[in-house]
Write a protein that binds this ligand. Structure first.
Ligand code: SF4
Length: 216
């Protein structure tokens, strides 16, 4: 059974303080751990960094409401991993298809930067989620933090599995075996600095579609 954080999870003191301050200031925001989106029976899991203050922390759905979500959801629709309309709201008609989205850290961190102890604490939930996905075939790690936290879940070393955009790592976890695909995070910063283009991001989903369609 998947272990999920409680609404008032208090494992990360700094993030709890930040959450409480946001609850005072941003009263119409979600301001709590953000649950994963998509079915637990999906074959694809996408792991981002953490909720954005005015994105998932506002709307309560991963990647929903900010620039990164605009890029991610239009790509998912294009490659058949979502249908309906994405309207930057939890109440839009968007549905994920064979795909689930989560974050390495489920509470919004100050300046979008979680610290090591927070990533480690929240890994408990990521680890449980992976183990609960019995059909899992591919995980896309968006950025180095997601990649590193996933490796820690799988007890693999960064030295043997360095982060590299569009690289496939064949991994196993107990009875599960699947592919870990790396991608630069689809953040506004990465797109603006040209570290990542929309085409590069789409290529990752093209690769993922091929992996899911092959029996390797
Ligand atoms: S980041 Fe994760 S572990 Fe930390 S308080 Fe939020 S839900 Fe709990």
């Amino acid at each position: 059974m998947e272990l999920k954080p409680k609404y008032n999870c208090n494992l990360c003191p700094r993030l709890v303080d930040y959450r409480k301050a946001n609850q005072q200031k941003l009263t119409n925001y979600h301001n709590a751990p953000v649950d994963s989106f998509g079915g637990i029976d999906s074959r694809l899991l996408i792991v981002g960094l953490a909720p954005g203050l005015k994105g998932a922390n506002k709307t309560g759905r991963p990647f929903t409401g900010d620039y990164a979500g605009d890029v991610l959801y239009s790509t998912l629709i294009k490659y058949g991993f979502a249908n309906g309309s994405y309207a930057q709201s939890k109440d839009d008609s968007l549905k994920l298809i064979d795909c689930r989205i989560t974050n390495a850290v489920r509470c919004v961190p100050p300046k979008n930067k979680p610290i090591g102890s927070e990533i480690k604490s929240c890994r408990t939930f990521l680890n449980s989620e992976i183990k609960s996905m019995s059909n899992l075939q591919v995980i896309i790690a968006l950025g180095v933090t997601a990649h590193s936290s996933l490796l820690a879940c799988l007890k693999l070393s960064l030295k043997d599995n360095a982060f590299k955009h569009s690289v496939i790592h064949k991994v196993s976890n107990g009875n599960q075996s699947f592919k870990l695909v790396d991608s630069y995070h689809c953040s506004r910063y990465n797109i603006n600095t040209k570290r990542l283009s929309v085409q590069m991001f789409e290529n990752v989903f093209e690769l993922t579609t091929k992996l899911l369609n092959s029996n390797e």
